[in-house]
Ligand binder design. Sequence first.
Ligand SMILES: [Zn+2]
Length: 249
Amino acid sequence: MSAVLESLVSLSRMLGEPARNLAIIGEGNTSIRVDDDSFYVKASGHHLGTITEAGFVQVGFAPILRLLDEPLTGPALQEAFLGARVDQTGAVRPSVEVTFHAMLLAECGVQCIAHTHPVEVNKILCSTRAEQFASNRTCPDEVVLCGPRSVFIPYFDPGLPLAVEMRRHVRAYIEENNEPPKVILLGNHGLIALGSSTTDAFNITQMAVKSAAIFAGACSIGEPVFMSREDIHHIYKRPDEIFRRRQFI
Ligand SMILES: [Zn+2]
């Protein structure tokens, strides 16, 4: 097994550990860039916690990215997914979310995507506070790991329609911030961490989950007190914090 795939398998197994409450049964999916032309993504029907290399499929960027501009549906879409595989033998099929993985790796230039359905995060994403949580920051370490804000996308049909809608939001974020987001929050659905490595994606996931618990706790006591945009910017751009962030990637 290649080192790239090995790191993706171990990230996926950590994310799927039952005590973490991030993903059960077939929930969640992960991906990692192989090179400019292809990436590994979880195959359909695998449990993150027990996944092996057989649970991943290598897919070409070009045929998947084409679908965002020339959408297909039904059997034609399924055929396009199968046709995008680097190895055409076997019946292994990419996750239905392969389109957003390709789009995020390509648009954001990151190395690894971790998508989970954390209980702590979804408590908020299934509430009227979802956008408030995404747009604000409560603690400096949340800023350092998760960025100055998260992208929030109200509920959208999973699969290709979600990927197309997500691309619109991600482009707007990059336009505004001159860098890609680290966290995307999907209303009534879950969390996406965009990492420069598997460790980075794991750390971002952990911090987003911890921040969700803090936010929910603050809401249960009174109104949460958020960091000012000025303080968020100051922490995010501080050289010692940037150094600290790089040490854990
Ligand atoms: Zn999902």
